[in-house]
Design a protein around this ligand. Structure first.
Ligand code: B3K
Ligand code: ZN
Length: 868
């Protein structure tokens, strides 16, 4: 770092703003490299003080400052700020400034995505548009007038309702927008461009008509229908499940190609990564369809949880994100398979979230200290944040939870709130004491629940002893006991459920674990039971219970909670992997335990089970998740053991895989949950068949596929199984789709995650592909991100060349797009479980990055913690 070290901000230092801004009138003259902005605010002093007005601003060319219409020079420009020392009690502030959207490669603030202008203001991008109080607790009514060339930019969009428009003599035109809802600057949006527009409407439950408009690149209209259906489904779901209705007359979604993340919930004008809008049967997979539905839902649900009630400060981010992820998960679960959704959430928790919690960036869902806010849009804030909301839902039940949500929204409507406000409303509405529960907001790390049991035949008592312990994290050495909802069921050894009885009364399945040590004595248990623990993943913890393989096999077969059936298989697999690692280290051959083989066979033959669940049960955890089972492990050994296990399962069950494949062919392509489940199972089977060398089936599926799920399913099977036909498929796919970036991303991703020692050089070659560009975040994630995160074996090569590749890319992105750089960095800072040799290779690369002359705050924050 050449300059002074970046400043840390602390949650405890929160102070209300010295000034309020009640209205902001923006006048924006769009030009590619010299956009001019006039920002007129009504400013009001907050309380009695003589503090200066300090506005935020970055990369702005200031033209003039006026107070009540009179230009002034009484200001100072600091690094990132504009300070006005003497200002009246209430006044009109006019700021004129200039920016260069065409040079904005960081994609924060106002930038060009291809031919269109668009904005991204969360968390602190608005300060790259004009000087302002860029903090979420300053809520103003915005009006926005946009002027631009009429030919190039026929659509000029902003938040709220369109209140005026006109044509000028010089070929330019303007549109005026007025947003009636006060909002923080991070929810501001502007889009200008030429699009195809899909229009529809929605009548709310109270009978108001809302216009719905989806803007996509020209020629993509036929790919917007699913997004529109998803939007209407989201609106209906929020009315039906949460009694929440939309509040403006228009809802717009714009799909852009250059976007740092998934999408953004700007009031009335969502801006989306095109990946989460566009879908048609030829180009989108079944999972793409589900992702579009989920993300459209997520951004829509923010209209209440995020926009109507926003965050007081950025430390409270999980207030809107954890809650909104919970809402989108419930939406997807109500529309599709609840169990399969739960499994995919849990995979994320146990893989990358647990890794984050165990790494140098560990932080509570409500962080205490931040250098760069963009670094805290994390799996912890989002996914663990959602788990915390889910635990509340489990403890309170649907009715009390909805009452709490309604109370929170009604009490804080139009305000900026805190996580404490949310929990207070939940507690008040339900009458539950949530004091201990609140510790989840302030404590980082993954708790370990150690459960032991005892059965006394004479008294028919079954005792569960529960011990909770959260290992220390880098920023928080001391941990306190948490309130953990532990959902349990008991089964006899014949698989019959046992009714639960505690203290002489029938008991609920959810045990309140509050202390470090606790025991629960179940009465009238006829024989030693098999416990199903942590049903539905009732808390984001690691479970330690000494299950035997027989017990797991039983649960996989009989558990009434489907999640437990899946989880039992996962535990069987984990046990096998642990055992085979030991054998490998002793130079002994790996084993495939009978119990695991039987469970796979029974699952394959089970005619009653949902096929999508079957597909999940038959899928092995990835290498990164397996790494979480060990204190330290050799990643190469893990990958080898995992591969051997897959190979054994493929060969030992060959006829069953063949049968499953044939039984699940879908005659015509339909996008419904039933057929999606068939395809998921069929493609899982094909993956195993490829390992057994079934080139014929794989090639036939590729050649005859009439949809992207099947084309990619075949190509993935061929690549993972290293079948010869993969070369033909890859080149055919490239020819067919080279004009379509989103589709070709699948092709990049597949090659980046291919097994084999030449993958790294392949990735380097693909970086030269004409459609690859470091300036497009989607391409970077598809090739570089997929290689570093999704191909641990090759990324962590002992010759260090995987680390070199990432380091080179990070050096470039540090200058052009620090946010994307910072996300890519993750696998390089989570090295705690790797062997010493790899750790030292990684440290040397991190030190190299640390020495960069203009290291961004984003990278600085993470690297300095990792090297600490
Ligand atoms: N709220 C945005 C994320 C903004 C990220 C800024 N680095 C999208 C979402 O969570 O809905
Ligand atoms: Zn969100």
């Amino acid at each position: 770092m050449s300059q002074s070290q970046p400043q840390v901000q602390y949650r405890d230092d929160y102070q209300p703003p010295h000034y309020w801004i009640d209205t902001l009138d923006l006048d924006i003259q769009l030009h590619d490299s010299t956009t001019e902005i006039v920002a007129i605010s009504r400013v009001r002093r907050n309380g009695d003080h003589n503090e200066p007005l300090v506005l935020d601003g970055e990369q702005l060319e200031l033209l003039s400052v006026s107070i009540n219409g009179l230009e002034t020079t009484q200001f100072e420009q600091g690094a990132g700020s504009l300070v006005l020392p003497q200002v009246p009690q209430e006044f009109v502030l006019t700021i004129r400034n200039r920016i260069n959207p065409a040079a904005n490669t960081a994609l924060e603030g106002l930038y060009k995505s291809g031919a269109a202008f668009c904005t991204q203001c969360e968390a602190q991008g608005f300060r790259r548009i004009t000087y302002y109080l860029d903090r979420p607790d300053v809520l103003a009514r915005f009006s926005t007038r946009i002027t631009a060339d009429a030919n190039a930019y026929p659509y000029l969009l902003s938040n709220g309702n369109r209140t005026g428009q006109g044509v000028l003599d010089d070929g330019r035109h303007w549109v005026q927008w007025q947003d009636p809802f006060p909002k923080p600057a991070y929810l501001f949006a502007l889009v200008a461009g030429d699009f195809d527009v899909l229009r529809d409407s929605y009548t709310t439950q109270s009978g108001r008509d809302v216009s719905l408009e989806i803007f996509v690149d020209k020629g993509n209209l036929h790919r917007a229908g699913h997004a529109m259906d998803s939007l209407k489904a989201s609106m209906r779901w929020d009315e039906q499940r949460c009694n929440l209705e939309y509040d403006l007359d228009i809802y717009m979604i714009v799909a852009v190609d250059f976007f740092n993340m998934g999408a953004m919930e700007n009031k009335g004008l969502n801006v989306f990564n095109a990946k989460f809008v566009l879908a048609d049967t030829q180009t989108a997979t079944d999972n793409d369809y589900l992702d579009v539905e989920r993300v459209i839902g997520h951004e829509y649900f923010h209209n209440w949880t995020g926009n109507r009630v926003t965050c007081r400060d950025w430390f409270q981010l999980s207030l809107k994100e954890g809650l909104t992820v919970f809402r989108d998960q419930e939406f997807s679960s109500d529309l599709g398979s609840r169990t399969v959704n739960r499994i995919s959430n849990v995979r994320i928790m146990r893989g990358p979230q647990f890794a984050e919690d165990a790494g140098p960036m560990a932080h509570p869902i409500r962080p205490d200290a931040v250098i760069e806010m963009n670094n805290f849009y994390t799996l912890t804030v989002y996914e663990k944040g959602s788990e915390v909301i889910r635990m509340l839902h489990t403890l309170l039940g649907e009715q009390a939870f909805q009452a709490g949500l309604a109370l929170y929204l009604q009490r804080h409507d139009g305000q900026a709130a805190t996580c404490d406000d949310f929990v207070a409303a939940m507690s008040e509405a339900s009458g539950r004491d949530l004091t201990r529960f609140k510790r989840w907001y302030g404590q980082s790390g993954t708790p370990v629940l150690t459960v032991r049991d005892e059965y006394d035949a004479a008294s028919q008592c079954y005792t569960l002893s529960v011990h909770q312990h959260t290992p220390p994290t880098r920023e928080q050495p001391e941990k306190l006991p948490l309130h953990i909802p532990l959902s349990v069921a008991l089964y006899t050894e014949q698989g019959e459920p046992v009714s639960l009885q505690l203290d002489g009364k029938p008991a609920n399945a959810v045990l309140d674990v509050l202390e470090s040590e606790q025991t629960f004595v179940f009465e009238q248990v006829p024989s030693r039971p098999v416990p199903a623990l942590l049903q539905g993943f009732s808390a984001p913890v690691k479970l330690d219970y000494p299950y035997t393989d027989e017990q797991l096999a039983l649960l996989a077969r009989v558990s009434l909670d489907e999640f437990i059936r899946w989880d039992a298989v996962q535990m069987l697999i984990n046990n096998t992997v642990r055992h085979n690692i030991t054998l490998l280290q002793r130079h002994q051959a790996p084993v495939l335990p009978r119990s695991l083989l039987d469970v796979f066979r029974c699952t394959l033959e089970d005619t009653g089970m949902d096929r999508a669940l079957k597909a999940e049960m038959l899928t092995l955890p990835d290498v990164n998740s397996l790494l979480e089972l060990f204190e330290q492990a050799d990643i190469e050994q893990l990958a080898r053991v995992r591969h051997q296990l897959a190979q054994e399962l493929a060969d030992s069950l060959l006829p069953a895989w063949q049968q499953t494949y044939e039984d699940n062919l879908t005659p015509e392509y339909r996008i419904d949950h039933h057929d999606m489940a068939r395809r998921a199972l069929k493609n899982t089977a094909l993956g195993y068949l490829a390992l057994s060398g079934d080139e014929q089936r794989v090639a036939a599926q590729y050649d005859h596929a009439d949809n992207m799920t099947d084309s990619l399913g075949a190509m993935r099977a061929a690549v993972r199984g290293e079948l010869d036909c993969r070369h033909r498929m890859l080149s055919d796919f490239e020819q067919k789709w080279r004009e379509d970036g989103l589709v070709l991303d699948n092709w990049f991703r597949l090659q980046a995650t291919a097994p084999g020692a030449d993958t790294l050089s392949q990735v380097r070659e693909l970086m030269q592909h004409p459609t690859f560009s470091l300036s497009n975040p989607n391409r970077v994630r598809a090739l570089i991100g997929a290689f570093c995160q999704g191909n641990p074996e090759q990324f962590h090569r002992l010759d260090g060349t995987g680390y070199d590749l990432l380091t080179e890319v990070l050096i470039q992105l540090n200058d052009s797009n620090p946010q994307v750089a910072s996300r890519l960095l993750t696998p390089l800072i989570q090295f705690g479980r790797l062997d010493d040799a790899r750790q030292s290779l990684i440290r040397s690369r991190l030190q190299q990055l640390m020495g960069l002359p203009d290291l961004s705050r984003d990278l600085f924050e993470k690297i300095s913690k990792a090297l600490d």
